[in-house]
Design a protein around this ligand. Structure first.
Ligand code: DGT
Ligand code: CA
Ligand code: CA
Length: 573
């Protein structure tokens, strides 16, 4: 089975990390990082195309050299450049870069002074107090590293959900065509739309007398069969993903779907409620005095407990059962509620598409407005816009807008860097010329909680409309910043600033719990694609899914407002 794009992208990330440790040319490092991001978000599996002997599509930021490397990785699983770099830098050293507080310079120190080559190695040294004595380290950083290591070592195995989607859809398709199969549904954390998944759970309703697990384990992508029976199977796919299959009779499909969707805590609560009513729930149905009285659909089970169906995204034991009982479940946001995108990049900075192509793509998705927000001057590698180029872009937007035919209204904006001390990377005069100011941090992620908090509070006191990817996390790669989030929310609410839910599948920042905190604090969320190409706008859908997990409704979301309402919001600052 071909490698996922996300795996190829990991090879590029690793190359970038190793080049970084070797102090290679920053532009070269950047090219690998950009290509990694493009790949991880691309909707078609490139290795599959390579396997079929088809040419690669033209991808933004990926020229002949990187294209050759993609083919090489797709065919061999690795590439010569990576092998060479790995020979020069021990493997786990690069991993250390993903810990907060560790850049290439400190990683080099750890390697040279203490011969540290892996996270567990580092943990050991830090526990003995050896790390604090190194030049450029200290007791605080040592403590911070220990905490991050503890967290990191147990979240490593989870995969971003978006990255396994093609694989899951392929399996579902296949199972639907297996003889005897009536219904197929993916359950577990995938169905609850968690940002990451540990494994995949698939449920099948089948007529009696068919060996569905046999057909399943014979799928071409299966590498190893971990367990197999007449009603279940567990396999590992060639790309490492584990998939659990359960087969039930059609009359049990709803009860089984409920059971295997989880969460476990949600299921346990339902079972307790049932017991209070003299009922028994298991994965086959609901029983009273040994008689089966429901279970073909999820709604038949919830109905017996006098509840509406609770959307899978909410089944986390975060108050959803209480809400369902009191008839106060939220009316969750849907894709149709979104009217615009307020954070996007063009080829003027590190994006790939023209303003016009971005606008046309936004229109094609049914959006009504689009903010163009390229990077500010400090982002040199991302070709951040200086004053002259920004003013030229504002003129260009005016020209495009008056020429008409775009299908969306453009808003003039910028993603302005928040400097280390909380000032913004643009003069107040220029900020005032923009329709919308999106502020974001791109460095100094490891400041102390106190300093990080005052940095953000200071940023919010300036003319900022949206605080972008507020915690800075990258799933599986960079921990969220340390910050007093409640205080940030309080100030955001006071000054009338929204917080972003960045919909890039590896960011999804804010996460579900933070979204809910924001809602409860009365702070609007803006769900933005942070697109770096026209195709990236489709990532908005992952944002909607995460927002639903955060209990968000239409009125909680800034970009569900009409253009007139949005403009009124923007004008207040
Ligand atoms: P994951 O795979 O770590 O992303 O998370 P889940 O939620 O998909 O967990 P998983 O794959 O271990 O199990 C799938 C579902 O099966 C889970 O959400 C609820 C159900 N389940 C698993 N084990 C138990 C159990 O011991 N008791 C109950 N009530 N349900 C369970
Ligand atoms: Ca699972
Ligand atoms: Ca499982």
């Amino acid at each position: 089975m071909p490698l996922y794009n996300v795996r190829i992208s990991q090879v590029f990330e690793e190359i970038a990390d190793l080049l970084d440790i070797e102090e290679a040319n920053p532009f070269r490092i950047r090219a690998y990082r950009n290509a990694a991001r493009t790949l991880s978000e691309y909707h078609q599996e490139l290795a599959a195309l390579v396997a079929q002997g088809q040419p690669l599509p033209k991808l933004p930021g990926i020229g002949a050299d990187l294209g050759t490397k993609i083919v090489e990785i797709a065919q061999t699983g690795s590439c010569a450049l990576l092998d060479r770099l790995r020979g020069e830098v021990p493997p786990a050293v690069a991993y250390l870069l993903s810990l907060p507080g560790l850049g290439p310079k400190r990683v080099r120190t750890l390697y040279h002074e203490l011969a540290i080559t892996s996270p567990s190695h580092l943990q050991h040294a830090a526990e003995q107090g050896l790390v604090r004595r190194l030049p450029g380290f200290g007791p605080k950083l040592e403590q911070q590293l220990l905490q991050a290591l503890a967290k990191h070592l147990d979240t490593q195995a989870r995969l971003p959900r978006a990255s396994v989607r093609p694989s899951v859809e392929k399996l579902l398709d296949y199972l639907l065509r297996v003889p005897g199969v009536r219904q197929v549904e993916v359950a577990g954390s995938y169905r609850r739309r968690r940002d990451t998944v540990g494994d995949i759970d698939i449920l099948v309703a089948a007529a009696p007398g068919y060996d569905v697990p046999f057909a399943f384990t014979a799928h071409e992508d299966v590498d190893e069969v971990l367990a197999q029976g007449t009603t279940k199977a567990s396999v590992r796919l060639r790309n490492g993903l584990q998939v659990d299959l359960r087969v039930v009779r059609p009359e049990s499909f709803g009860a089984a779907l409920l059971y295997f969707t989880g969460s476990k805590a949600h299921n346990i609560a339902l079972r307790l409620m049932a017991r209070e009513r003299g009922l028994k729930i298991n994965e086959y149905g609901v029983y009273r005095d040994g008689q089966r009285i429901a279970g073909d659909s999820e709604s038949s089970v919830y109905a017996l407990l006098q509840m509406p169906v609770i959307p899978p995204e909410l089944r986390e034991m975060r108050g959803e059962i209480e809400a369902a009982r009191h008839g106060s479940l939220p009316t969750l946001l849907t894709w149709q509620d979104l009217r615009g995108d307020l954070h996007t990049h063009t080829a003027a900075s590190d994006g790939q598409s023209s303003i016009k192509d971005m606008a046309l793509a936004a229109h094609a998705l049914g959006l009504e407005y689009l903010a163009i927000t390229d990077h500010s001057p400090q982002q040199r590698l991302a070709r951040g816009l200086n004053e002259e180029r920004l003013l030229a872009q504002l003129d260009e937007i005016d020209r495009l807008q008056s020429a008409g035919g775009l299908g969306v209204t453009l808003l003039k904006g910028m993603e302005v860097d928040i400097l280390e001390d909380g000032r913004l990377d643009l003069s107040a005069a220029l900020l005032d010329r923009l329709d919308i100011v999106v502020a974001a941090m791109h460095d100094h992620f490891s400041l102390s909680r106190a300093r990080q908090t005052s940095r953000l509070l200071r940023a919010l006191d300036q003319r900022v409309h949206i605080l972008a990817h507020p915690t800075g996390r990258l799933i599986g790669r960079r921990a969220p910043i340390a910050v007093d989030f409640a205080l940030v929310l309080h100030r955001a609410r006071e000054v009338g600033c929204a917080l972003e839910l960045d919909a890039q599948p590896l960011r999804l920042d804010l996460d579900d719990l933070h979204c809910r905190e924001a809602k409860e604090a009365g702070v609007l969320i803006s769900i933005n694609s942070d697109a770096h190409s026209a195709a990236d706008l489709r990532n908005l859908r992952y944002g909607v899914e995460q927002a639903r997990r955060g209990w968000l409704e239409r009125q909680d979301v800034l970009n569900s407002r009409t253009l007139a309402q949005l403009k009124a919001f923007l004008k207040r600052r």
